[in-house]
Design a protein around this ligand. Structure first.
Ligand SMILES: Nc1ncnc2c1ncn2[C@@H]1O[C@H](COP(=O)(O)OP(=O)(O)O)[C@@H](O)[C@H]1O
Ligand SMILES: O=c1ccn([C@@H]2O[C@H](COP(=O)(O)OP(=O)(O)O)[C@@H](O)[C@H]2O)c(=O)[nH]1
Length: 240
């Protein structure tokens, strides 16, 4: 019998950018299927899973703003991108027999249900994987902030940031090859050192609500389950 993971309920923030695989844009279904199988493994370990997916594989609001376009409209488009990704993940989960539902911060009843904290917790209590689409529903925010917000709302024991790198480094490892990885650090240290692994609003919200953040590589098959079992490579951001 494997040891029971120390987490009862977690929020997984899955990088949108990761979903495009080698394509450079859009959705590589084999990547979404693999992330779905990682979530299925977490469920089989008895862990309740909520998911926020980014939209960077399709659209980011800042890309519009940097070309002189309207930021708010750009952000609306980015939030719609997260709905597309969420529907793809739901499809992959259902395909392998994992009960999953999409709750969107932006009402689009023909496609999915609208978010409410009450409905989300009811579904999670019932063992469904709840995918939170549409970010926070507000422009000028990111899906990292949405992940911290939903983690607080559902009472998650931890926020897992499944991203492009396998932890938090002393500097961006994609730009500085001499950067070294932390095993552990506090939310405050991430903020004070200006480590840009997540936006400051997300870190601050997690800190205020005492939610540990676990940063790991979403590209690693089985990585999510490994960390839940206390085995994987990651950085744990938590106050002592
Ligand atoms: N100190 C740091 N440690 C680790 N990654 C960092 C750091 N500073 C910047 N990064 C960059 O942050 C990226 C992850 O953030 P983000 O762009 O929000 O990814 P995503 O939302 O796709 O998961 C990494 O790919 C890495 O290049
Ligand atoms: O609460 C939110 C969450 C997301 N977005 C928009 O959606 C895009 C995609 O999200 P994000 O960049 O966080 O995705 P990721 O980096 O995880 O792929 C962002 O760039 C924003 O334009 C937003 O406006 N409000």
């Amino acid at each position: 019998m494997p040891a029971q993971p120390p987490y009862r309920r977690v929020l997984l923030k899955a990088s949108g950018e990761a979903l495009m695989g080698e394509q450079g844009f859009g959705i590589d279904v084999s990547v979404v299927d693999r992330i779905a199988s990682d979530i299925a493994e977490a469920r089989s370990l008895g862990v309740e899973v909520g998911v926020v997916i980014g939209g960077g594989n399709i659209f980011r609001g800042v890309a519009v703003a940097s070309k002189g376009g309207d930021r708010v409209t750009g952000d609306h488009m980015g939030m719609l991108a997260t709905v597309i990704n969420s529907l793809a993940l739901r499809t992959s989960l259902i395909k392998i027999g994992v009960d999953a539902v999409v709750l969107s911060a932006i009402a689009m009843p023909e496609l999915c249900e609208s978010f409410s904290q009450r409905q989300a917790t009811q579904y999670m209590d019932a063992g469904k994987v709840v995918i939170f689409a549409g970010g926070t529903g507000n422009p000028f925010f990111t899906t990292d902030s949405a992940a911290a917000l939903r983690a607080a709302e559902i009472g998650a024991d931890a926020l897992f940031k499944g991203t492009q790198v396998d932890g938090v480094y002393t500097a961006d490892p994609k730009k500085d090859p001499t950067a070294t990885r932390y095993e552990h650090l506090s939310h405050l240290e991430v903020l004070q050192k200006g480590l840009a692994i997540m936006d400051t609003a997300a870190i601050a919200l997690a800190r205020e609500n005492n939610i540990p953040i676990i940063v790991y590589s979403i590209h690693e098959k089985g990585g999510f389950g490994d960390i839940l079992k206390g085995e994987g490579r990651c950085t744990i951001v938590a106050d002592a």
